[in-house]
Write a protein of this length. Structure first.
Length: 167
């Protein structure tokens, strides 16, 4: 295997850093859902107005955090689909099937992001179905983590050979 070029290594490192950031924030979302659920689980406190206000604030905070994550992930996938994947395929046409698969997975992941957002909006609007939020967050994790792993496995070697920037 050939050593990565200087530019290729820098591009590999950047993609790994972005993906690690996405993984880290996804873990935080899953933990936040659990923490909010734990706060809502006590039936005695749930009756108090203070707890209700606290839970509503927790729902807003969780919703805001997830909305920010959804925007970041959507932007990342948009850059990949619009610039990175076409740039890589132009340099190495043999990876076209890989980038097509990754772009198709972006669409599926986007649908889960929309569903997660909808469950959070329902929660903030007075709902109490944290299990639906947890299910959507877990569905996102179940799709996104293997997607990132496959992308790195397939594209990092190609990126390592780059002699100029793709994005």
């Amino acid at each position: 295997m050939t050593e990565p070029t200087r530019i290729g290594r820098a591009q590999q490192d950047l993609l790994r850093q972005v993906h690690e950031h996405l993984r880290s924030e996804l873990r935080q979302i899953l933990e936040a859902v659990d923490q909010v659920a734990e706060g809502a689980a006590d039936p005695e406190s749930t009756r108090s107005m203070i707890n209700a206000m606290t839970m509503r604030q927790n729902y807003w905070t969780l919703g805001s955090f997830c909305a920010s994550y959804c925007r970041t992930l959507t932007m990342h996938h948009g850059i990949e689909d619009a610039a990175m994947f076409p740039g890589l395929v132009a340099r190495e046409p043999s990876i076209a099937a890989v980038t097509e698969r990754l772009s198709a997975e972006h669409e599926v992941i986007h649908e889960v992001l929309v569903a997660l957002d909808e469950t959070l909006v329902a929660l903030i609007d007075g709902g109490s179905d944290l299990s639906a939020v947890r299910d959507e967050a877990q569905a996102l994790s179940d799709l996104l983590l293997p997607h990132l792993e496959y992308e790195e496995e397939q594209l990092l070697p190609v990126i390592g050979r780059l002699t100029d920037r793709v994005v």
